[in-house]
Every structure is written in structure tokens, then in C-alpha cells.
Design a protein around this ligand. Structure first.
Ligand code: UGA
Length: 436
């Protein structure tokens, strides 16, 4: 099939590349000339495991091309994906200006029936708006379909190629047939393509992210209670996660969720509820708890050092909002670094992927170490913010020589308590008793 993908951000690039990999002819369109220039020169602007290999293969074999020209890009396309940014406005609602602008531009240049697909996470009712904007100037038949993505950063290619399910919102049989054909290679193992109306598909995306954010937040509150009640949140996780109704995944307590999706989507769903005059109380609590959770280690750190961090150097391991990404959007690391500096500390940081992004945002406010061990040199304590596998099995002998004090504040429960007792560390983690 011939496809166009408008917007070469994270979602657009993964979608375009993966659909080229299943044999389609894909043209990606973006207004950013520099970005398209880079892509045409074989440079993948994001870090996503597995993407480069697929990207290069499909570019070389001529199935994946890039242009800044919308009309040229959509020529002959049976399906046109809109993968455009929806930044949160001041009131938390998603700003649709980019999507609706492209929709208006598409109307007059569509020359044959096409399925226009909303891939971006957009509020309920957006497909209808997109339809109206295209219809204003369209000369041919078209359908607008909502097809939300459920890709996790870091495993996006795998999530795309082996989806748990594909959700498609449309009432048009013609569009259903096109989408079924497109997704057939990805759902061969029987994973369902679930058809529903546009509004339900749009809501499904928010419900999925808000539910997962709630699941994490619930565990974070259980962890906070465990600390007070002398229980161990890891045991609780194992104890409840084995109940198939609850499930093992997304039960890891820590210092809060971050990223470009959960915080934005929980906020946007709360705004949608408000627009429909519904008081969605759970979502309000989720936002409040997560905000507080991000810096929950700070009182422990301050208390350990007698209320003040002047003259102290704190090493921070992990800056990305989660492992396997360089993304620092809404990352707890930023809140913690700020709080540490405000308390008077010198901060030295290490992350395998995200240091350039942090440098761009906060410059020389912190020292950037070349390795995880270099970050510990002369540090008074180590704070772990992101659970990169690299941090799980460190060389403790090396650490002991570098750290001034054997103190770890672990926001992701990277180590077992027994291990810390054996290594003779003072160890604070989340939802477990401190080891003194
Ligand atoms: C999330 C969803 O998982 C995807 O399905 C969705 O498509 C995507 O948002 C999106 O809307 O585009 P992502 O933001 O990449 O994906 O990251 P997740 O792996 O879901 O992690 C989100 C946050 O939750 C991270 O900060 C992570 O550290 C935290 N988390 C996750 C926990 O604190 N505990 C857990 O048990 C799991």
C-alpha cells in the first residue's frame, strides 16, 4: 500500500519506518526542513532501540522517503497518518492547532479517496473536528479514523510490530477494510484489531494511560504506607501481582512516573472530565500524589545530613524519565537536581543517554561525569533516579573507594535489602525499611 505520515516526531517516525518494514511504500512529511534534511542524509534524530536498523534498510530499499512538500508526500496515498504534536495548553487540554492546520491543508489537495488517521493522542471529538476541517475544501470522498498508538519509548519498535491490540475508531466499512489490510501483518498471532466509534477510540487511549498512571500511583501510595507500617512494598507487589486480575506489570513503586505521555494525558483526561462537568476525583489524586512522590527522597537526604547540604557533593545516577531513552521530559531527575542545588549541594550526574538533553536544559548547574563511577568521586552520597540496568550490578569495591560515605538514596529500589546489609551501606529506598 502507499502511505503518508505527516509529522516525523517520535510516533510518526516509528509508524512510518515500521509500516515500510511490512512492505508498504511510505512517505514521511514534515515542515521542518532541517529535520527532513537530516532524515534524507540517513540521520535518525531520536534514540530508539532497533529503529536505526529498520530505518536504514527501508530507506536503502526505497520504501521510506522524506519530504517537506505535503502535496507531493500524500500523492496516491491510501492512508494518511497525522502524527503531529498536541502540546498541553495552559488549562491542560491538548492544543489541536497543528492537526487542524494540516487537516485544512489536506482538503484541497486530496485527489482520490483516502483514510486520514489520527495517530496523535487527541481529546474526544477530535476526529469530528478533523473531518470538518478537511470537508471544508475537499473534492473527493475520505474517512477520518482514530487509531491511537500504545508505544512505549525504548521498546516502541517491538510494541509496534507486536501490538497487544490495535484500536481503530471508525463507523465506515470502507475505512475498516483499508485498516484491516494495513494491520494484517502485525496481528497474525491473533492479537485483536478492535473496532469502535471514533470517540471511544480517542477515549481508549487516555483511559489506558490514565489507568496505568493510576496503577503506579496506587503502588506508590502503598509504598508510602509500607514505610510507616514496617512492610515491604516488593513483597506486596509479588503478593498481589500474581493475581491475574491485577497483573504483574506497572506495579513498581518509585519516585513517580514521568515522560511525555502519562503526566500530559492524565491532565488532559481530567480536563475532558471537567469539560463534561464530571468531577473525576481519582485523576486529581493521581496528579497530586505523583507531584509529591517525585521529591520524596529529599526530606530523607536533608535529615541524613542534618538539614543542610552546604559543602556536600551528591552524585546522581540516572536522568532519563526511564531506562532506554534519552528523554527527560517530566523526569523526576530534574526536580531532584533542583531541590538538591536549592539545599546547597554540589551535584554530579551520570546517565548513559540523557546527559546532552540535561546539559541543554540546565547547562553547568551540575557536573557531568563520563562514567557512573566518575560521578562518585568524592561524593557524600549517591542518589539513584533511573533504574538503568548498568546500575543494578555495579562494582561495589570500586564504589567504596570513591564515595566519601557509604550512603545510597534509591528512588527505584534497584538493590535488594540483603545486598545492602552485606555491603554495609546506609540505604534508603521506596516502600522498604531503611538500612542504617
Ligand atoms: C506510555 C505508555 O506505556 C504507552 O503505552 C503509551 O503509548 C505512551 O505512554 C504514549 O502515550 O505515547 P512511555 O511514556 O514511553 O509509554 O513510558 P512507560 O514505560 O509507560 O513509563 C512511564 C513512566 O512510568 C516512567 O516514568 C516509568 O518510570 C514509570 N513507571 C512505570 C513506574 O514508576 N512504575 C512502573 O511499574 C512502570
Amino acid at each position: 500500500m502507499k502511505l503518508a505520515v505527516v509529522g516525523t516526531g517520535y510516533v510518526g517516525l516509528v509508524t512510518g519506518t515500521c509500516f515500510a518494514e511490512t512492505g508498504n511504500q511510505v512517505t514521511c512529511v514534515d515542515i521542518d526542513e532541517r529535520k527532513v534534511g537530516k532524515l534524507n542524509n540517513g540521520i535518525v534524530p531520536i534514540y530508539e532501540p532497533g529503529l536505526e536498523t529498520l530505518f536504514h534498510r527501508n530507506v536503502e530499499e526505497g520504501r521510506l522517503t522524506f519530504t517537506t512538500d505535503l502535496e507531493e508526500g500524500i500523492k496516491g496515498a491510501e492512508v494518511i497518518f497525522l502524527a503531529l504534536p498536541t502540546p498541553p495548553g495552559e488549562d491542560g487540554s491538548a492544543d489541536l492547532k497543528y492537526i487542524l492546520k494540516v487537516a485544512s491543508d489536506l482538503g484541497p489537495i486530496l485527489s482520490q479517496y483516502a483514510v486520514i488517521v489520527d495517530k496523535s493522542t487527541v481529546p474526544v471529538g477530535t476526529a469530528e473536528k478533523v473531518h470538518a476541517h478537511i470537508a471544508d475544501n475537499a473534492k473527493v470522498d475520505f474517512d477520518v479514523v482514530s487509531n491511537p498508538e500504545f508505544l512505549r519509548e525504548g521498546v516502541a519498535v517491538e510494541d509496534f510490530m507486536k501490538p497487544d491490540r490495535v484500536v481503530i475508531g471508525t463507523k465506515s466499512d470502507r475505512a475498516k477494510a483499508v485498516m484491516n489490510r494495513l494491520y494484517a501483518p502485525l496481528v497474525r498471532q491473533g492479537n485483536p484489531v478492535i473496532f469502535m466509534d471514533e470517540r471511544s477510540a480517542e477515549m481508549t487511549k487516555y483511559a489506558a494511560n490514565a489507568f496505568l498512571a493510576t496503577k503506579i500511583t496506587f503502588m506508590n501510595e502503598i509504598a508510602n504506607l509500607c514505610e510507616r507500617a514496617g512492610a515491604n512494598v516488593d513483597d506486596i507487589r509479588r503478593g498481589i501481582g500474581t493475581d491475574s486480575r491485577i497483573g504483574k506489570r506497572f506495579l513498581f513503586a518509585g519516585i513517580g512516573y514521568g515522560g511525555s505521555c502519562f503526566p500530559k494525558d492524565v491532565q488532559a483526561l481530567a480536563k475532558t472530565a471537567k469539560d463534561f462537568d464530571y468531577d473525576f476525583k481519582v485523576l486529581k489524586s493521581v496528579m497530586e500524589v505523583n507531584y509529591e512522590q517525585k521529591t520524596k527522597l529529599m526530606p530523607l537526604i536533608l535529615n541524613h545530613f542534618g538539614g543542610d547540604l552546604k559543602g556536600k557533593t551528591i552524585a546522581v545516577w540516572g536522568l532519563a524519565f526511564k531506562p532506554y531513552t534519552d528523554d527527560i521530559r517530566e523526569a523526576p531527575a530534574l526536580d531532584n537536581i533542583k531541590a538538591l542545588i536549592d539545599a546547597g549541594a554540589k551535584v554530579t550526574v551520570y546517565d548513559p543517554e540523557a546527559m546532552d538533553n540535561v546539559r541543554e536544559q540546565i547547562g553547568n548547574a551540575v557536573t557531568y561525569a563520563h562514567t557512573q563511577y566518575a560521578a562518585l568521586d568524592d561524593a557524600d552520597a549517591l542518589v539513584i533516579i533511573t533504574e538503568w540496568p548498568l546500575f543494578r550490578t555495579p562494582d561495589f569495591d570500586k564504589m567504596n573507594l570513591l564515595l566519601k560515605n557509604k550512603v545510597i538514596f534509591d528512588g527505584r529500589n534497584v538493590y535488594e535489602l540483603d545486598q545492602m546489609i552485606e555491603q554495609n551501606y546506609t540505604y534508603y529506598s521506596v516502600g522498604r525499611e531503611p538500612i542504617m
